[in-house]
Write a protein that binds this ligand. Structure first.
Ligand SMILES: *[C@@H]1O[C@H](CO)[C@@H](O)[C@H](O)[C@H]1NC(C)=O
Length: 252
């Protein structure tokens, strides 16, 4: 820190070397500035009260009694859930910040007597509004749509980055990369459903050799059985009608 007397002596020394015009300029510009700087009547770790300089209380403490001519400042620690984070002459401690889940935040670092609570985004949220190192508002990460993959996962300060799948690949929106469609041909299968950007292709079994054999045996067999049954029934009916006379034969 530059003390007041140091600044004044600097200014005075400079003035001696200057031309009249520059002196006038310096006085009009610098003197009000220096007057401001030197208005501090108390030392660095002191505060001013009723024209008197009192020693400050340490962080985590507040003033109960200001100093007098023969006593120093009396300080007491802040109560629970209150704090003061710098040396001060404050007579009240500040209330600790609450991390509200409705604002998408949670406690990262609990409040102490000498430091306020530090809030951070909830899991799968990212911070969109900060105050110093603490987050005061966070929103949920975006989800990628089907047909997109997660190009970059969301963090505490950035949203998810999605990108579209290219041809012949797919993702349901939760993959970290697009997967190539299954090649049914290469697996000796037939494609029953072509793939899309959000779904894999579907493969089915082509008719195998055994099914082909089964079909070629069962079908002729069924035909033979049917023909046999018809023939037998027909023969029986003919015999029956011969034995039971003309009445029935009119029917058949
Ligand atoms: C995507 O697929 C994975 C694994 O196949 C599954 O766990 C997940 O629930 C699916 N996501 C969606 C959004 O359908």
């Amino acid at each position: 820190m530059l003390s007041c007397s140091y600044l004044l002596s600097r200014l005075h020394g400079d003035l001696c070397d200057m031309f009249t015009l520059r002196i006038t300029l310096l006085i009009t510009v610098l003197v009000p500035l220096n007057y401001d700087l030197c208005f501090c009547r108390c030392a660095h770790a002191e505060y001013e009260i009723d024209g008197q300089c009192c020693p400050m209380c340490a962080p985590g403490n507040r003033v109960v009694w200001h100093c007098t001519d023969d006593t120093s400042t009396t300080c007491v620690p802040c109560l629970e859930l209150t704090y003061i984070d710098e040396p001060s002459g404050f007579t009240k401690c500040f209330t600790c910040t609450v991390c509200d889940a409705n604002r998408g935040i949670r406690v990262i670092k609990a409040c102490t007597r000498s430091s306020d609570t530090v809030c951070g985004p909830l899991e799968r949220f990212y911070c969109i509004k900060k105050k110093k190192i603490s987050c005061i508002f966070a929103v949920q990460h975006s989800e990628c749509r089907p047909g997109q993959y997660i190009k970059q996962a969301g963090t505490g300060s950035t949203d998810t980055v999605c990108a579209d799948c290219t041809a012949e690949t797919y993702s349901n929106g939760s993959f970290s990369s697009c997967l190539p469609h299954t090649k049914c041909d290469a697996m000796g299968l037939t494609e029953t459903n072509p793939g899309t950007q959000s779904s894999d292709s579907e493969c089915g079994n082509p008719p195998t050799a055994s099914t082909a054999i089964a079909i070629s045996v069962i079908v002729p067999l069924l035909i033979i059985i049917l023909i046999s049954v018809f023939t037998i029934v027909h023969i029986r009916k003919k015999k029956h009608s011969k034995h039971s006379g003309k009445l029935y034969s009119n029917f058949f």
